[in-house]
Design a binder for this molecule. Sequence first.
Ligand code: GAR
Length: 197
Amino acid sequence: MVLSLVVLISGGGSNLRALLEASEDVEFPARVVAIGADRDADGFAHAEEFGIPTFSVALSNFPDRETWGDALLAEIELWGPDLVVLSGFMKLLPPRVVDALSPRLINTHPAYLPEFPGAHAVRDALVAEVTETGASVIVVDNGVDSGPIVSQQRIPVLPGDTEATLHERIKPVERELLIQAILDVANGVVDLAELGR
Ligand code: GAR
């Protein structure tokens, strides 16, 4: 089965780019059909390069999170995706959106969940002075990075690591985990609905 993907970003979209490169291989069982963001994200440059349509739905244009979420969901659903990937999307989705999409909604996270959930996972790992952190792919639920784990890998924290150096070592692992997770879902090796049971 070839999965159609909508990917949501907020920033530079380097993990998105890796996914776009992977899906250039005709054997890869997924295609990105649209890329959305909550702002005019820098990562839209990758969308333009790969000829993928984009949409942007900014929270500031709506009276509350719920109506923002409904507008975002409407944009996503226009594309009828099999799977929605949060790849550096830095806003919490309202429960109505999560309930409409999950378990066909996955997120990459730069820590070994349930350790260091939230928006500053790499910084939090350094502050905690742990000797290893990690990367995770999860199914999104209505908590903060609390959904069922699809896959994860440990990554050592090295002496002298800064938030930037550690994050740059985590991201390639995230990319591998994400691409493998999509392969596994497409090939029926992983059943996202089963993970939460
Ligand atoms: C990635 O490390 C992703 O896991 C993280 O943002 C980065 C996006 O990088 N997401 C979170 O922290 C979500 N809580 P990118 O824009 O270069 O792909």
